[in-house]
Design a protein around this ligand. Structure first.
Ligand code: GRF
Length: 187
């Protein structure tokens, strides 16, 4: 059984989609714990699904290293072997990433290597891109730069707004993340 810890910071829709895919037996994995660096909707949703949750706030620690040590401890406590980032809004240090080398995965709302970082849809629209999309990738110590696992391309239509593009891509994210799990673990 593959044991996944999921790190979130907000809405948690990708996390819920992973939980649902697991529940529907699309994928043979277990979400051991949902960890957030703030109180957020995703934590409430996870609790409603009966998942173990933990809020570990940065402000409760003196240093980033101590904060990340607490996150790592929670991951280990729940005997998780993989870490899935699903809208986790903090940059993890190289030390943290190296601890879980090759076992941290992220979903990003652009066709990487294009548009790393924030405001991906806004920037894609400003640059009049014809396509954007989403990417599932391994996390390394450089932002949004790890090896790509899967991508889905989405056509940007003429009257696209940031809001419509966000919605369109999020729908694809929800399909891509469970698919990526199947691919990673050959399920
Ligand atoms: C998604 O667009 C994901 O690609 C990005 O953050 C957003 C999280 O959304 N990393 P949600 O919290 O899963 O709804």
């Amino acid at each position: 059984m593959i044991r996944l810890a999921v790190l979130i910071s907000g809405r948690g829709s990708n996390m819920i989609r992973l939980a649902k895919a697991i529940k529907d037996y699309e994928i043979a994995a277990k979400i051991t714990v949902v960890i957030s660096n703030r109180r957020c909707t995703g934590i409430t949703l996870a609790q409603n699904c009966g998942l173990a949750t933990k809020v570990i706030k940065r402000k409760d620690f003196n240093t980033q290293a101590e904060h990340e040590a607490a996150i790592a401890a929670a991951i280990h406590y729940h005997r998780s072997t993989y870490v899935f980032l699903a809208g986790y809004m903090a940059i993890l240090s190289g030390d943290f990433v190296n601890q879980f080398a090759g076992r941290i995965i992220n979903i990003h709302p652009s066709l990487l290597p294009k548009y790393k970082g924030l405001n991906t849809h806004k920037r894609a629209l400003m640059n009049k891109e014809k396509y954007s999309g989403c990417t599932v990738h391994y996390v390394n110590s450089r932002l949004d730069s790890g090896k790509i696992i899967l991508q889905k391309r989405v056509k940007i239509s003429k009257n696209e707004t940031e809001k419509t593009l966000t919605r369109k891509i999020l729908i694809q994210e929800h399909k891509l993340y469970p698919k990526a799990i199947s691919k990673i673990f050959n399920l």
